[in-house]
Design a protein around this ligand. Structure first.
Ligand SMILES: NC(=O)c1ccc[n+]([C@@H]2O[C@H](COP(=O)([O-])OP(=O)(O)OC[C@H]3O[C@@H](n4cnc5c(N)ncnc54)[C@H](O)[C@@H]3O)[C@@H](O)[C@H]2O)c1
Length: 403
């Protein structure tokens, strides 16, 4: 079939097999080049001990995939991914994560590293058990657990209750400029406050409960190595998005995740291990594109950070996390609240001052000068395998193959 990009309400319904494979291989090539010191601004890693076995929960796209790539192709790790995928059919494409995973695992195995995946619901007991069994049989103890799930729903593994996360303010209606990056229309978003129950459900889905279940199960089964580390991802962002993000329902979940890191560090003391939360940069991923108002902020931020030569994607961020934060040979640098900060360039005063000025000024007339809409759409297309150089999109492809 000829695979075309189909987007409905900011969600891509298709993914291109060859394009996703290309996008994954491009990230691998970038990581290998950085390791050899061939990327300006990104130093070769210091001679530190990298983790030998890495488990990435949510390792098929976005930040999780980038961490898997850096772990394997910079640190030389054997890796396991757990992610939720739709497999391809003869006339229907798979999720991008499925194609990314196939491409990653092929390259990793070619490079002499072990790589395996468990596809299914990471929140369930069954997938945890299957993963633990795989680790026990094929990998041995885990040195780093990366928790990178972004999900709108969680089924409680004990009683089957379905919890749904919402991205809403918690007090009062939030009104702010917003954008549909695909139609280039500026609008005013009006988002009503979440109910107490919705906030609690969001914390159930995106808070730290499931992360703790993973770490406790691994520990209980003797599958964590001495000095093991675990990291989960958070976001803070600028004041303009506080009502919808950091001080909204999702922010409550992130606060819970951050508190969970402290609890997990206590649990990991028996292995001389530590749990961290890393606050990452705002980026175009499948998860972030559907948040109200955030795409407008991202497009303004992209324009400014690209002009200042400070722009990074997932792979650059995760390279810095692994080589300049988690594995330097020195203590991990953290902020006053104990968090790793990879949003350091995004939150620089000179960057945020320009974002604020552009936010005030932006309207339908000057939208294309002040916001990088094209960059947003290009990245969104690329994470679904479209718009990549060297791919013949008019070619008939089998959705079940990545070449
Ligand atoms: N994108 C950003 O701007 C940004 C910034 C800072 C922090 N973060 C955080 O980073 C983390 C990862 O987000 P992302 O943007 O990389 O998202 P993403 O959508 O690219 O990746 C999410 C991953 O979770 C997996 N997943 C979702 N539900 C699952 C389930 N039930 N079982 C198994 N796997 C499942 C997906 O398959 C995928 O591998 C999230 O915690 C997010 O809040 C994102």
């Amino acid at each position: 079939m000829i695979v075309k990009q189909k987007i409905m309400r900011s969600v891509s319904l298709t993914a291109h097999p060859l394009g996703c494979a290309r996008d994954t291989c491009d990230q691998i090539d970038w990581a290998e080049a950085a390791k050899e010191g061939r990327i300006p601004g990104y130093d070769k890693p210091a001679a530190a001990q990298f983790p030998a076995n890495v488990l990435v929960i949510g390792g098929s796209t976005g930040y999780g995939l980038a961490t898997r790539i850096v772990s394997s192709f910079v640190g030389g790790a054997d890796t396991i991914n757990v992610s939720f995928e739709r497999e391809p059919k003869e006339n229907k494409t798979a999720t991008p994560g499925w194609y990314n995973t196939m491409a990653f695992e092929r390259r990793a195995v070619q490079a002499g590293r072990k790589a395996a995946s468990v596809f299914g619901d990471a929140f369930s007991h069954a997938i945890k058990e299957e993963t633990l069994e795989l680790i026990r049989k094929e990998f041995g103890k885990i040195d780093l657990v990366v928790y990178s799930l972004a999900s709108p729903v969680r089924v409680d593994p004990d009683d089957g209750t379905v919890y749904r996360s919402v991205i809403k303010p918690v007090s009062g209606t939030y009104r702010a400029k917003s954008i549909d990056p695909f139609s280039e229309k500026m609008t005013y978003a009006e988002v009503e406050a979440a109910t107490e129950e919705q906030v609690a459900e969001t914390v159930k889905v995106m808070g730290g409960e499931d992360w703790k279940l993973w770490i406790s199960s691994l520990a209980a089964h003797g599958l964590l190595a001495e000095h093991c580390k675990t990291v989960a991802f958070s976001y803070i962002g600028p004041e303009v998005t506080f009502p919808i993000y950091r001080e909204g329902s999702i922010g409550r979940a992130k606060e819970h995740l951050e508190r969970t890191a402290a609890e997990l560090s206590v649990l990991l003391q028996q292995f001389d291990g530590t749990a961290y939360v890393s606050v990452n940069k705002a980026l175009v991923t499948r998860a972030s594109s559907v948040i109200p108002v955030v795409p407008l902020y991202i497009t303004i931020l992209y324009r400014i950070m690209k002009d200042m030569d400070l722009h990074e994607g997932c792979i650059e961020q995760m390279y810095r996390m692994m080589t300049q934060r988690l594995y330097t040979g020195d203590p991990v640098p953290v902020d006053a609240a104990g968090r790793i900060r990879l949003d350091d360039w995004e939150m620089r005063e000179d960057v945020q001052q320009q974002v604020e000025a552009a936010w005030e000024e932006i309207d339908q007339e000057n939208l294309l000068q002040l916001a990088d809409l094209e960059g947003f759409r290009k990245e969104y297309a690329q994470i679904h395998g479209f718009g990549l150089a060297g791919i013949d999109y008019s070619r008939d492809v089998d959705p079940r193959m990545i070449d």
